[in-house]
Write a protein that binds this ligand. Structure first.
Ligand SMILES: Nc1ncnc2c1ncn2[C@@H]1O[C@H](COP(=O)(O)OP(=O)(O)OP(=O)(O)O)[C@@H](O)[C@H]1O
Ligand SMILES: [Mg+2]
Length: 241
């Protein structure tokens, strides 16, 4: 049986990663992309949406970190027509100002599902759920927001990427230690280190992806002029880590 049989796939736009996933993300999944600062989480999200735009699919970017202008500029530098897509109505970037805590939480816990139904995006990116979590004062509220957000994404039928900051002391888990449990899949972006601890490159691993087999190997990737490319050579669907 091939890795891609049975499940509709959504191409990530990231060369090599789709190969590791047996053809792409399973359609309708909510996937967490976690990593330390500078590992390319925002780039991953933009690239995922740009791949959708190239196929005429509507996308929504919910940004809690960067303003619209720098996101558009990042896209332009990578060669993705983010600005054009916004003007054409294929892409919407919603900037949630972390200072407006109460309004943002009310929106996500309340009207977000309805807003999604009206927009009908095929691809959603939330960058990042770490900042979203910081808006909540306590654990129950954090849970409610996170589960509500993932639920709204699932109900919309879109395929979603939630980015999250990795814990600096344990970079294989998120800071909140919660996001991985609401997600159908987890992609870990990280720094590969030499024996003396020097950061020598970037590498990626698919920690989980429900309803599909996937590579469990650690694969190097780079962020270049066209965005992220994963070196998926010698992909091994059998070996586990
Ligand atoms: N136009 C570009 N060309 C090549 N590499 C780039 C370009 N833009 C960004 N990068 C690389 O991508 C890295 C940052 O990527 P990105 O902002 O997506 O990371 P991030 O994980 O979202 O970081 P943070 O946690 O700070 O938000 C930069 O440190 C740089 O190495
Ligand atoms: Mg970022």
């Amino acid at each position: 049986m091939s890795a891609s049989s049975g499940t509709a796939r959504v191409g990530t736009g990231i060369a090599g990663l789709d190969e590791m996933l047996g053809g792409g993300l399973p359609s309708g999944h909510v996937v967490l992309v976690t990593g330390l600062p500078g590992t390319g989480k925002t780039c991953f999200g933009l690239q995922f949406l740009a791949a959708g735009v190239a196929r005429g699919e509507k996308g929504l970017f919910l940004s809690l970190e960067e303003d619209v202008a720098p996101l558009v500029e990042s896209g332009r530098l990578f060669g993705w027509p983010i600005d054009e897509a916004i003007h054409a109505g294929t892409l919407k970037i919603l900037r949630l100002d972390p200072k407006e805590t109460r309004q943002n939480l009310q929106r996500i816990q309340g009207s977000f599902a309805k807003e999604l139904a009206e927009l009908a995006p095929k691809r959603i990116v939330v960058d990042s759920v770490s900042l979203l979590n910081m808006l909540s004062e306590d654990e129950p509220n954090r849970r409610q927001t996170l589960f509500g957000l993932a639920g709204a994404c699932r109900a919309s039928g879109a395929t979603a990427i939630l980015t999250a900051e990795a814990d600096p002391t344990h970079p294989a888990v998120t800071r909140d230690g919660l996001s991985e449990y609401v997600a159908d899949g987890v992609v870990l972006l990280g720094y590969s280190t030499a024996e003396d601890g020097r950061r020598v490159g970037l590498s990626l691993r698919v920690l989980k992806m429900r309803r599909t087999s996937h590579a469990r190997t650690v694969q190097p990737y780079r962020i270049g002029p066209g965005g992220i490319t994963v070196d998926a050579k010698a992909v091994d669907f059998g070996s586990g880590m």
